[in-house]
Design a protein around this ligand. Structure first.
Ligand SMILES: NC(=O)c1ccc[n+]([C@@H]2O[C@H](COP(=O)([O-])OP(=O)(O)OC[C@H]3O[C@@H](n4cnc5c(N)ncnc54)[C@H](OP(=O)(O)O)[C@@H]3O)[C@@H](O)[C@H]2O)c1
Length: 430
């Protein structure tokens, strides 16, 4: 067998530990698939004193010991965060190394520049694990779906929020209790902001949209709303109306532009996405040739994520062995992000208002003035009593309406003296 392919690892946490274990335990299989041995040469960590599960690894705190090691051909970045991970990836490329990364934040914010720098240096960057953990999603966009004009990508790509939402929906928990449960089960971080505010999902959507539409999509182009304001009653009403609530990441072509949004949505209860529960992820793609497909599986965890990272390592090692580097993704710049204000969809509005005659008519009147017509109205009485005033929860389902008009109408409704508060505004994705 020829010389082995050297791998350097940046990070030895959940994913890094899984990758190191897989490279060791599957060394023979990998060598058979590549035609050479693939050997882990060095591992960068932050804390050298921390006890590690895997004995015998060459652990260092000096990035140059991995990034500039001449015996390393593939650098695997599994540290996370923007810096210094981004800087290390650029240093690895500058040193002529291929890169594998699971880092959605870096690829979402700097992916096109990184890929261009790699192409100039004659190396490749692989990032299958950055979206959907073990589910093959990057590969299909880079290869299998290339003949399609893709019209829409709709995804559930954050396992933490999908777990919380599933518990709120199926066990009637409130957000705080479901979050606590997710933290105790190890599905949510102590600081859950990135997940529950939709930041992680927006990173992943930016990566998917860049690939699917050959466009340069930055996370700032994605309209983003999290799940922290959802209440148990939203899940009850959704069920009553034949829907399930999900945090969706949507990228779709509309009138020559790209609609990009992450927000809670009502999805029909019998749809494929409505049945993606717990920590599972799914990416639904609509292509002109292939029709609708669904990529489904585990979006996180040491095993599934190592599956994607090590596959990228094997693929690169095979191409090193074959002496060929795959061309980079081409951006054609035809599709540009649209403003959220131009979106049109159906809405579910839940208000808490005084239980008096004429309230529904006043709200409906304000909506009507903005050309927002109603599909249905539900009223639940006596949800709250304050100093003799009786309040009711009123749910409006609209027909398709213009986002800008809905936001203006909501400002006006909020100012009505009879309206105590607007409980929720959730878009309906039929
Ligand atoms: N966890 C998942 O299921 C999953 C799924 C898909 C993608 N990802 C992505 O994979 C990446 C890694 O996630 P993870 O869950 O494995 O993270 P993690 O458990 O927190 O591990 C991070 C590792 O990186 C090392 N590290 C962090 N900052 C460093 C620095 N400045 N210098 C040197 N070493 C540093 C840490 O060193 P110490 O060990 O010394 O602290 C640790 O070994 C992230 O980009 C994440 O988004 C994770």
């Amino acid at each position: 067998m020829a010389d082995s392919v050297g791998v350097g690892l940046l990070g030895l946490g959940v994913v890094g530990g899984g990758v190191a274990r897989t490279l060791r335990e599957k060394a023979e299989t990998i060598a058979r698939r590549v035609g050479r041995e693939v050997e882990l040469r060095g591992v960068l960590v932050r804390d050298p004193a921390r006890e590690r599960e895997l004995p015998g690894l060459r652990v260092t705190t000096d990035p140059a010991a991995v990034l500039e090691d001449p015996s390393v051909q593939i650098v695997v970045e599994v540290m996370g965060g923007d810096q210094p991970a981004h800087q290390y990836i650029r240093r690895a490329i500058a040193a002529g190394k291929h890169v594998v990364t699971a880092n959605k934040e870096v690829m979402a914010k700097h992916g096109p520049e990184i890929v261009a720098a790699a192409a100039r240096r004659g190396v490749d960057v692989a990032y299958e694990a950055s979206v959907g953990g073990g589910i093959p999603v990057i590969g299909p966009f880079k290869l299998d779906l290339l003949a399609n004009d893709i019209s829409q990508v709709t995804a559930i790509i954050n396992g933490t929020t999908n777990y919380i939402i599933t518990r709120m929906s199926q066990a009637g928990l409130d957000f705080e209790s479901a979050l606590r449960e997710a933290q105790e089960a190890g599905y949510a971080e102590a600081d859950p902001r990135n997940d529950v505010e939709g930041i992680d999902a927006a990173y992943k959507l930016a990566i998917l949209a860049t690939l699917a539409f050959h466009a340069r999509v930055h996370p700032d182009d994605v309209h983003r709303e999290g799940i922290t304001t959802l209440e148990p009653s939203d899940f009850r009403y959704a069920r009553e109306l034949g829907y399930v609530v999900k945090l969706l990441a949507i990228a779709k072509v509309i009138e020559g532009g790209l609609e990009l949004r992450v927000h809670p949505a009502f999805v029909p209860e019998h749809s494929m996405l409505a049945n993606v529960d717990g920590v599972f992820n799914a990416v639904q793609v609509e292509g002109d040739l292939v029709g609708r497909i669904l990529l489904y599986g585990r979006g996180a965890g040491a095993g599934p994520t190592s599956s994607a990272v090590v596959a990228d390592v094997i693929d690169l090692a095979q191409r090193i062995e074959a002496g060929s580097v795959r061309p980079v993704v081409a951006y054609d710049g035809r599709l540009r992000p649209r403003s959220m204000a131009d979106t049109r969809c159906r809405y579910y509005l839940r208000l808490v208002a005084a239980d008096r005659p004429g309230v529904i008519a006043r709200v409906a009147g304000l909506l009507g003035e903005r050309e927002i017509s109603l599909a249905s109205v539900l009223q639940k009485e006596d949800i709250q009593v304050s100093e003799g005033d009786r309040y009711a929860e009123i749910v409006f389902m609209t027909h398709r309406a213009h986002e800008a008009a809905v936001q203006t109408a909501l400002d006006e409704i909020r100012r009505l003296a009879v309206v105590a508060r607007i409980g929720s505004v959730i878009r309906v994705e039929d």
